[in-house]
Every structure is written in C-alpha cells, then in structure tokens.
Design a protein around this ligand. Sequence first.
Ligand code: SF4
Length: 93
Amino acid sequence: PRMEERLYQNRYQVDEGRPHVKINHQAGGDSEELKALTKICPAGCYSINEDGQVEVAADGCMECGTCRIVCQATGELEWSYPRGGYGILFKFG
Ligand code: SF4
C-alpha cells in the first residue's frame, strides 16, 4: 500500500493536558532552527501563530525525534516520550 495508507493504519492516543513536546520561547524571538520545524516536521505539528511565534500541536507526532535534534543546541524544546499507552501506536506488518 501507499505510504499514506500505511500511516493511516497508525493510531494516535492523545494524552489530554500532557503534551510531550513543549516550546520555551526565547526572549529574543524564535530561532531559525525552531522556525524551520514548520517545514521539517513530517507530521506537520509545527506552525506559526498570528503573533509570529512558532507553536506546536503534538497530536499526531510520529516520535521521529527530528525536532529534538534540530533544536538540541537552542534549548527551546522540552521533549519526552509520551507515557505508556499514549502517543503514536505503530501498527507493524
Ligand atoms: Fe514532528 Fe518528529 Fe518532532 Fe514529532 S518528533 S513533532 S513528528 S519532528
């Protein structure tokens, strides 16, 4: 099957009120690394809000870890794996 169909087979369990990715905005504005996530994240979790700040909606996050690596040096992201039973539930086979 096509990739979209495969992805559709994954299920996402939202942990209400406990997002596993959080942004700590810097006083001087968001870094270029953080802004780049709006284009890089394969799940489209990052966007620019009307104040021009990057925001994250971690629902649908595939836990690829890309954003964590890209923003490792900037310290803007708090990233942890979701609690057991939450987050992306990959279907294998
Ligand atoms: Fe997007 Fe991957 Fe970061 Fe999840 S871990 S928010 S899918 S870049």
